[in-house]
Design a protein around this ligand. Structure first.
Ligand code: SAH
Ligand code: SF4
Ligand code: F3S
Length: 437
């Protein structure tokens, strides 16, 4: 068995895990193929954040059931694997490999078992002290690299499965983070996206004990690195020092993703988020006072158990007050093992949809207004690629806004370069412009 196919669901942490899994497989002599039909080993790196995400993998497995036993081996990786464990073998008996996200460093041994024909192979330990570091990472994007600084989560948000699927927090040493950043620059990467479920609680486990802001300062000094981003920030652990670090060094991008979840302190309390609306707004004030204009993005959940009409109003008024550059909006979804299961939850799907639409419509109007402010400005962008359908180059500003632009020189290859672009049109989700040469 030497060919594999992998499909990834979920967040950037999962996407990066897949890059490491792919690197590990390539090193072992496997060849990656584009379709599950062509592969001998079919892997799904799964997400369990909402019920729909979890169902996706079981639908995929169902579709391919008939191929089982014909030389095809199925593996379930990631958050659903960790959550469901060996129960996956009951639900989908044609699966042979179940590996949680904290156990990928055992993948080489687990593959040997699979190659030897074992039909029930698992890696489900969560008490590993190690973070998953591998020199074999096969990165998807040639210009921007993901770099994990902290794994797991020590928070206990009452709706969230992540503490169960990814285990307790483990920070990497600052030395190993800096060393990887330097290797990435040497390999030609211009931008690094630091990853963690809660990057703000990063704490260097070596005697230096750097906190997150100090780690950012160090990364900003890495020669040749042009952009550093990070996600996700948790409001409770977000410090003013982070804004000061960004102010002091333009390599640190002026974009903060700070999920609020709700504008109502009552709902936030039930969510066990450990901050109030006012505390959240104080952090926003730091950002609004930053030297460079910060883009601020967020996540919002509607329909949490007990959310009243007044609570929803509070979320809408928070949107007005903050003026987010973008928001991911979700309907509350009941998740296994989570404390929120104990709360009474009577809201209909239609009502959740109504609330979701209200938040999204408000957000669309805000984004149209904010993005229009960029008309006529010249932005420095990192070019990601070319869209044949529109004939435009796709790029990102330092604030992580998508800027699609026309460039008059034919046949130029701009991917992976920095350009100056004048913004000429603004939509709710992206900007359009012309290159300035
Ligand atoms: N660690 C990050 C992101 C966690 S998952 C953080 O703390 O912000 C990404 C988003 O999914 C969350 O911010 C939340 O808005 C949403 N989410 C998590 N669990 C959910 C659930 N049970 N139902 C609906 N949305 C959920
Ligand atoms: Fe989930 Fe909360 Fe941890 Fe984010 S901080 S991963 S929402 S428990
Ligand atoms: Fe999903 Fe796991 Fe990420 S549940 S959002 S893949 S941490």
């Amino acid at each position: 068995m030497k060919t594999f196919y992998i499909e990834t669901f979920g967040c950037q942490m999962n996407a990066h895990d897949s890059e490491k899994v792919v690197g590990t497989l390539l090193t072992r002599g496997y060849e990656q193929v584009e379709t599950p039909e062509d592969a001998e080993l079919v892997l799904y790196n799964t997400c369990s954040i909402r019920d729909k995400a979890e169902q996706k993998v079981f639908n995929r497995l169902q579709n391919f059931k008939r191929h089982a036993g014909k030389g095809k081996v199925f593996g379930v990786l990631g958050c659903v694997a960790q959550q469901e464990g060996e129960k996956i073998f009951d639900r989908a008996p044609h699966v042979s490999l179940v590996v949680g996200s904290a156990s990928y460093n055992q993948l080489p041994q687990l593959l040997v078992q699979i190659e030897n024909g074992d039909k029930r192979v698992t890696g489900l330990s969560l008490d590993t002290e190690d973070t998953f570091e591998t020199p074999m990472t096969s990165r998807d994007n040639p210009h921007r690299a993901f770099l994990t600084i902290i794994e797991g989560c020590n928070k206990a948000c009452s709706y969230c499965v992540v503490p169960f699927t990814r285990g307790p927090e483990r920070s990497r040493t600052a030395a190993s983070v800096i060393a990887e950043a330097k290797q990435l620059v040497a390999a030609g990467y211009l931008e690094i996206m630091l990853l963690g479920q809660n990057v703000n609680s990063y704490r260097d486990p070596s005697p230096d004990g750097l906190n997150f802001a100090q780690l950012l300062e160090k990364l900003g000094e890495v020669q040749g690195l042009r952009r550093v981003r990070f996600t996700t920030s948790h409001p409770r652990d977000f410090t003013k020092e982070i804004i000061d670090a960004i102010d002091a060094n333009p390599v640190l991008c002026n974009h903060i993703h700070l999920p609020v979840q709700s504008g109502s302190t009552e709902v936030l309390t039930k969510m066990q988020r450990m901050y109030t609306r006012d505390q959240y707004l104080r952090r926003i004030e730091w950002m609004k006072n930053a030297k460079r204009k910060m883009s601020i993005t967020s996540d919002i959940i509607v329909g949490f158990p007990g959310e009243t009409e007044q609570d929803l109003e509070q979320t809408l008024s928070l949107q007005d007050e903050v003026q987010f550059d973008s928001v991911f909006t979700f309907k509350y979804s009941k998740r296994p093992n989570t404390p929120a299961l104990a709360l009474e939850d009577h809201m209909s799907e239609d009502e959740k949809t109504r609330r979701l639409t209200m938040v999204m419509e408000k957000q669309r109007t805000i984004q149209l207004r904010i993005n229009a402010e960029y008309l006529g400005t010249v932005e420095e962008v990192l070019v990601e690629g070319f869209n044949k359908a529109t004939g435009q180059w796709i790029s990102r500003t330092t604030q992580h806004k998508t800027l699609n632009f026309n460039h008059t020189v034919p046949d130029a290859n701009l991917a992976g370069t920095f350009m100056n672009v004048m913004v000429t049109r603004a939509g709710p989700h992206s900007l359009v412009g012309e290159s300035v040469v």
